[in-house]
Design a binder for this molecule. Sequence first.
Ligand code: IMP
Ligand code: MG
Length: 181
Amino acid sequence: MKLHQDVCEVLYTEKQLQQRVAELGAQITRDYQGEEVLMVCTLRGACIFYCDLIRHIDLDIKLDFIATSSYGNDTKSSGEVRLTKDLSSPISGKNVIIVEDIIDSGLTLKYLKRLFEARDAKSVRICSLLDKPEGRQTDIEGDYIGFTIPNAFVVGYGLDYAERYRNLPDVCVLDPRIYAK
Ligand code: IMP
Ligand code: MG
């Protein structure tokens, strides 16, 4: 596919993403043998990753969805995380895997992990497609990470800038001129 005019580089192609997502699914399948797992999708950025990932997990899984907001239309976290949509069911006694698109400051996941632990989940792990360790402001680490990336703003495969570009099939670096405007 032709490079979108607002991006300057493809970081991971559709094919590379599919391969890595399959590996993550296989790893989760091995680690949770004989267990039930609740896969929690963080809306909206993780939705495409999530749909691909769950089809590579060969376990008894259930699905739920949660949404937070901290970015608005900016490329930097506001520092304050808000829950905009809660889970549909209680998670007490359940193995939970939070599926995220990217860990940057770590504030979103710190908030969610604490929330789920306070609700007495049996275990809480984090599976994130991307990790930007340079942006970290907390001690949060992912348990399953697709790719570790440098400190650039990326879009595509579910990731957005101001709600745009989620439908690009590859993970791409957004041209800084777009958010400098
Ligand atoms: P954190 O709370 O700073 O770790 O941010 C996590 C959320 O910020 C992610 O779920 C994304 O929605 C968003 N985010 C962080 N970095 C990027 C990026 O490079 N592209 C798009 N969204 C990002
Ligand atoms: Mg986002």
